[in-house]
Design a protein around this ligand. Structure first.
Ligand SMILES: *[C@@H]1O[C@H](CO)[C@@H](O)[C@H](O)[C@H]1NC(C)=O
Ligand SMILES: *[C@@H]1O[C@H](CO)[C@@H](O)[C@H](O)[C@H]1NC(C)=O
Ligand SMILES: *[C@@H]1O[C@H](CO)[C@@H](O)[C@H](O)[C@H]1NC(C)=O
Ligand SMILES: *[C@@H]1O[C@H](CO)[C@@H](O)[C@H](O)[C@H]1NC(C)=O
Ligand SMILES: *[C@@H]1O[C@H](CO)[C@@H](O)[C@H](O)[C@H]1NC(C)=O
Ligand SMILES: *[C@@H]1O[C@H](CO)[C@@H](O)[C@H](O)[C@H]1NC(C)=O
Ligand SMILES: *[C@@H]1O[C@H](CO)[C@@H](O)[C@H](O)[C@H]1NC(C)=O
Length: 635
């Protein structure tokens, strides 16, 4: 049964109509049509993918809404006898297609002699018909019987994790408009995904049909951006250009399906306590009420919640990708968009599939990413560890961490070696720093870098524009960015240059003395380095905590090494541990993850290693759901 879900978007009125009786003209444009078909929510795109030259007269028995009938197009050289196997393959690989679309099947390469009823899938009698147009993609469509036009089908899903700020429809020209559809859901958006059957991956379009969510700090043409701030969203018009990094994904065939929640202006915020303008997304793992971390929270929560989403694009300055992915999925490290610090900002992906990770990195970073997909890697033999446990018996998480370390070193034929940055620095630090420790040298470096630039490049023009539009008023800003900006204002102008100098001292030391690259591209890095990303903690990081006001992020931590040195720091989910949740009063599974680093420029090595460890059974591809092995999401 096909049932209409929206009146405002009637396709048959899609053409702009000139109001004949008036001197002014009125434009009436379809924004798509929502329907249910066998209780599945669908959206019919307003952008036709082609037209039948001859409209068959035999379709009257098909269900119909406003003259739209569900049909299937089969391109390529398939015989009628191939169809049952083809359709079985389609059903397995695509969440949009369902056999009910098979009541009419337009088979290319066939002629009138093939017309007739046949059984392709159980329970459906299919009428096979010829079609000449080979440009219409294979897959489910809605046929507008008044015109013979075929329209692509999107499946609609509820954003129950609250991960998105805007639901988008990508036009055939790679521009964007809001997706006008709503399925049931409490305070949540509806996201639409096109059938996977429309797309074929090629060398030019390696991301064809890959469904991507983008952190709402990147510019997309035709779309308003929020940066996590309501005043910003409402003050500025829609972007008129797409960020070059996102354009590379689109040019490679990606389908961007929405913008996703960042913490405000990509500053660190804790769930609920600091998120005043927008509500922090829900982390699906464990008890469902763990902090989704920040700032790429929408990205992390969605990659762990939705099987219908392939990739979430985040950005990382001081841990914004690595934080959210520590609780969920794989992640890595572009330039960029809304500045937090132009010296530190990188864009990167959060996703479940490390094979897709390599392809997406190649598209995004181009010449700055060396894929090892076709090279036999020679993994470095030294695996440094920082802050690793020493006794497996001390906790279930520690047992997992040590077991992973053991499997990793065995796999690469190397050895683990504890790394003490304090003593290494003391023995090889550059003469120019005298006897300063790292925490002394770098204590205020990160806050100086992120605040001096964000105040100058973002806040000052924003406040000026807002004041001009609102009679001198100041816009609302969340407490976390305000606390950081106030610190930036307290610093002299020279602090930025000083911070860049300090960062460079550390970067040069790290990249020359500790983790230099090697000439052989199959090895790339002199060593690997591991530290604990998340140890399965449950209690203590739930989102219902009352916290003290946000602090300026002073100090030193292992997570800052990659921030200052520019070396890649990726997150591998390695397992999970059971712990009693204060929220559910029940044992829940909480993820354990390691961070792994290699020399600057060796991102490809870490991606290839993730793939090889999956092939060897040492890592597993994380699933969506309440745990990294799947299961219901508590909500
Ligand atoms: C169905 O998928 C299998 C496995 O990928 C493939 O070998 C086969 O050729 C496919 N059949 C058709 C008709 O596409
Ligand atoms: C396909 O093209 C042939 C030759 O131009 C034409 O005779 C036939 O009617 C077309 N069939 C359809 C279904 O469009
Ligand atoms: C795009 O918008 C910017 C301001 O946001 C403006 O300066 C520029 O002229 C616009 N470009 C086009 C092509 O409209
Ligand atoms: C590669 O890195 C260089 C130097 O940082 C930068 O100028 C260039 O834009 C980068 N290219 C891409 C595709 O990101
Ligand atoms: C690292 O070295 C410092 C200085 O030698 C020492 O005080 C500290 O205890 C060491 N840390 C660890 C974890 O061994
Ligand atoms: C870091 O700087 C802050 C602010 O100046 C100061 O309060 C704190 O004591 C410093 N910490 C260290 C380890 O120097
Ligand atoms: C830079 O390092 C000096 C020590 O050489 C230290 O006094 C200063 O606080 C540091 N400043 C920043 C912004 O990193």
């Amino acid at each position: 049964m096909v049932r209409p879900r929206s009146f405002r978007s009637l396709h048959s009125l899609a053409l702009a109509i000139l109001a004949a009786a008036s001197s002014s003209s009125a434009q009436l444009v379809s924004t798509g049509l929502s329907v249910t078909f066998n209780d599945v929510y669908y959206f019919i795109s307003p952008y036709s993918s082609g037209k039948l030259a001859v409209l068959p007269k035999t379709l009257s028995s098909l269900p119909s809404v406003y003259g739209f009938k569900p049909v299937t197009v089969v391109g390529g050289a398939f015989a009628r006898s191939d169809l049952p196997e083809l359709v079985a393959n389609w059903t397995a690989m695509d969440d949009v297609f369902q056999p009910a679309f098979l009541q009419a099947v337009f088979l290319s390469g066939s002629d009138d002699s093939c017309v007739g009823h046949t059984a392709i899938a159980n329970g459906v009698s299919s009428l096979v018909l010829p079609i000449n147009d080979t440009t219409i993609p294979s897959g489910p469509h809605f046929l507008e019987t008044a015109t013979g036009s075929l329209y692509p089908v999107y499946r609609l899903y509820e954003d129950f994790a609250g991960a998105f700020t805007e639901s988008l429809l990508q036009t055939p020209e790679g521009k964007f408009q809001p997706l006008s559809a709503q399925v049931p859901g409490s305070a949540s958006l509806t996201i639409g995904v096109p059938s996977r059957l429309y797309y074929t991956k090629t060398a030019e379009k390696p991301l064809a049909g890959v469904r991507i969510g983008v952190k709402d700090i990147f510019a997309l043409a035709g779309v308003k951006q929020s940066n996590g701030n309501r005043a910003w969203y409402n003050l500025y018009p829609a972007n008129n250009v797409t960020a070059p990094s996102m354009q590379r994904l689109i040019d490679a065939g990606a389908q961007i399906i929405g913008l996703q929640k960042p913490s405000q202006f990509a500053n660190g915020e804790t769930a609920t306590a600091d998120w005043v303008d927008y509500h922090s997304p829900f982390n699906p793992r464990g008890d469902g009420y763990q902090d989704a971390s920040s700032s790429s929270s929408g990205a992390g929560a969605s990659a762990a919640s939705y099987e219908w989403l392939d990739i979430a694009v985040g950005s990382d300055t001081g841990g914004s990708i690595r934080g959210p992915s520590g609780v969920h999925v794989f992640s890595a490290t572009v330039h960029h968009v809304m500045p937090l610090s132009t010296n530190l900002d990188t864009a990167g992906f959060l996703l479940r599939d490390p094979f897709l990770w390599d392809v997406a990195n190649t598209v995004l970073y181009k010449e700055n990413y060396t894929s090892l997909a076709t090279v036999e890697p020679k993994y470095p033999k030294t695996v440094y560890t920082i802050g690793f446990p020493t006794h497996a018996s001390s906790s279930a998480a520690n047992a997992l961490l040590l077991d992973f370390l053991d499997s990793l070193t065995t796999f690469i034929g190397g050895a683990a070696k504890p790394f003490n940055i304090t003593s290494e620095w003391a023995s090889s630090r550059p003469a120019e720093v005298g006897d300063l420790t790292i925490p002394q040298l770098l204590n205020t470096t990160y806050p100086a870098l992120i605040t001096k630039e964000q105040t100058a490049l973002l806040r000052d023009p924003f406040f000026r524009d807002y004041a001009a539009a609102h009679d001198g008023r100041t816009p609302f800003v969340d407490p976390a960015p305000l606390a950081r900006w106030a610190y930036g204002d307290s610093l002299p102008a020279s602090a930025l240059q000083e911070a860049i100098r300090n960062k460079t001292v550390f970067m040069d030391w790290w990249n020359a003395r500790i983790m230099p690259p090697v000439a052989d591209p199959a090895q790339c890095s002199s060593s690997l380095m591991l530290y604990v990303g998340s140890a399965g903690a449950g209690a203590g990081s739930t989102r219902n905590r009352y916290l003290s006001p946000p602090q300026v992020p002073f100090g030193w931590s292992t997570g800052r090494i990659s921030v200052y040195s520019g070396c890649p720091d990726h997150v591998y989910p390695i397992g999970q541990v059971a712990a009693k949740s204060d929220v559910t009063n029940h044992e829940e599974l909480f993820p354990v993850a390691v961070d792994i680093m290699a020399a600057k420029g060796c991102d490809g090595l870490l991606v290839r290693l993730a793939q090889d460890l999956i092939d060897a059974g040492i890592l597993a591809v994380p699933k969506t759901g309440g745990s990294t092995t799947g299961g219901d999401i508590l909500k």
